[in-house]
Design a protein around this ligand. Structure first.
Ligand code: DX5
Ligand code: ZN
Length: 218
């Protein structure tokens, strides 16, 4: 029995065979499908936009976990809701009126998450934790898949867990970036509830096998 959920990041997928990859995830024991939305402004990369997200949503049987690495995310919340996103996270660093943004996401019947860049201390969430459903601890600088896990992220997860226990025990911790079988057990021990993995699952060319091996280890 897993004690942590696996969210498969499609960023490392072969986009020429996107539908096949979504089917493989459908047939696997993965729990969520992670969609990285980048605008080339908040992060130095552009990933994919609504036509691709819509196509993935049509094919996916797993709940969709969209991670917005964009400025002014409020403009797009309604569209993500219409597409059928279940978990929607925005960056703390990109939201001037974070509380309003969170309310908008929740009013749209999606789980509301706040993502923190590696340099942003977890304590900045003290006064918003009661209003959110999950926190995304970025363990790499957002923008690219396949980067190395920043070791300091582990103690951030522990500190966040303490804060969550005081403020809102039902809030989940998601860890994103550089996650693999080497650090997954430690992250779970520290309090992670959702682990995002991309490169670690796609790198050997057998996505389904990699998911099953990963899930057996968490
Ligand atoms: C990075 C993205 C991550 C990334 C994770 O900006 O937010 O979701 O795809 O991929 P890996 O597991 O390759 O670090
Ligand atoms: Zn992500």
């Amino acid at each position: 029995m897993n004690s942590s959920l696996l969210s498969v990041s499609m960023l490392s997928a072969d986009f020429g065979h996107l539908a096949n990859n979504v089917t493989l995830v459908n047939q696997s024991s993965a729990h969520l499908l992670h969609l990285d939305i980048m605008d080339g402004v908040f992060v130095p990369n552009i990933s994919y936009g609504f036509p691709v997200v819509e196509s993935i949503a049509k094919n996916s049987q797993k709940p969709l976990d969209a991670h917005l690495m964009i400025v002014d995310p409020d403009r797009y919340i309604d569209r993500f809701q219409k597409i059928g996103i279940s978990y929607l996270s925005v960056h703390y660093e990109a939201c001037t009126h974070l509380h309003r943004t969170i309310q908008h996401i929740r009013m749209s019947n999606m789980k509301a998450g706040v993502a923190l860049n590696p340099h942003t201390p977890v304590e900045v969430l003290t006064d918003i934790l009661e209003d959110i459903d999950f926190v995304v601890v970025m363990a790499v600088n957002p923008g690219f898949g396949g980067q190395s896990f920043i070791p300091h992220s582990l103690s951030k997860v522990s500190r966040l867990k303490e804060l969550i226990l005081k403020k809102n025990p039902s809030c989940l911790i998601e860890v994103d970036g550089g996650v693999g079988m080497d650090n997954a057990p430690l992250l779970m021990l520290a309090g992670a509830n959702i682990l995002v993995a991309g490169h670690a699952l796609f790198k050997d060319g057998d996505l389904q096998a990699a998911i099953e091996v990963f899930n057996a280890s968490i």
